[in-house]
Ligand binder design. Structure first.
Ligand code: AP5
Length: 222
């Protein structure tokens, strides 16, 4: 099983990926998190991508693929994994299918307006240490500016500045159509209303995944 989350910046991909991971036990792989880790650690890849990410542009496909490849062939991904933020264009989808083509696939496209994105991203805070995500309007930490999970400081992401949010959204709209058409043709695409509260969005996602898992099990046993 492979669950792919597609959606504009701030649509809740990371939030829902976390809930799917907790509920089904498949590990979540976020290319944004992997890239930010590389930047923070000052690795060769990190140094290459830092400015690109800060400007809200897409990192080169081959760099992202390397990170994904290193992760999806780990033992904990054998029975399944969740991809948050990858693939982001048609070429990345083809590359993924080339390296790991045989899996049952569910693609969730989270739909949301630019107005709601701007509201959410201007109030998002992330933990500088463990990457936990908060929102100072809808999902506040217990103590202002401090992560509930590890006690580290909460910061505003470099790419959550208003002008960069607009650029990320523009790039999303520019690149996403062929990807959506690809998954729609494969009949693995499900659209989810991302404007709803977190738990309601997750309820819809759970019902989609449960249905697909049941179909997968019937196919295996027949
Ligand atoms: P990435 O980290 O993937 O950023 P993104 O796609 O722009 O998505 P975000 O992380 O901003 O938002 P999200 O949808 O996960 O929302 P979240 O759950 O946090 O990528 C960053 C950069 O890395 C890219 O710009 C690019 O440079 C590079 N990159 C990454 N992958 C790449 C790839 N494959 N190819 C090339 N480059 C790549 O939620 C947002 C906020 O809203 C939070 O505060 C949350 O608490 C709140 N919230 C969530 N859901 C709800 C809800 N239902 N109701 C109310 N509030 C909610």
């Amino acid at each position: 099983m492979r669950v792919i989350l597609i959606g504009p910046p701030g649509s809740g991909k990371g939030t829902q990926a976390e809930l799917i991971q907790q509920h089904y036990g498949f590990p979540k792989i976020s290319t944004g998190d992997l890239l930010r880790e590389a930047v923070q650690e000052g690795t060769e890849i990190g140094n290459k991508v830092a400015e690109v990410m800060k400007a809200g542009q897409l990192v080169a496909d081959e760099i992202v693929l390397e990170l994904v490849k290193a992760r999806i062939f780990s033992p904990d991904c054998q029975s399944g994994y969740i991809l948050d933020g990858f693939p982001r264009n048609l070429n990345q989808a083809w590359l993924l299918e080339r390296i790991d083509g045989q899996r049952q696939e569910i693609v969730l496209e989270i739909l949301i307006t630019l107005e709601e994105i701007s509201r959410r991203l201007s109030s998002r805070r992330v933990c500088v240490n463990c990457g936990a995500v908060y929102n100072i309007i809808d999902n506040k930490p217990k103590v202002d500016g401090v992560c509930d999970l590890c006690g580290s400081a909460l910061i505003i992401r470099d790419d959550d500045r208003p002008e960069v949010i607009k650029e990320r959204f523009r790039i999303y709209l520019e690149t996403i159509k062929p990807l959506i058409e690809h998954y729609s043709r494969k009949k693995v695409l499900f659209q989810v209303d991302g404007q709803r509260p977190v738990e309601e969005v997750f309820k819809v996602i759970r019902s989609i995944i449960d249905q697909r898992l049941a179909i997968g099990q019937r196919e295996v046993s027949s």
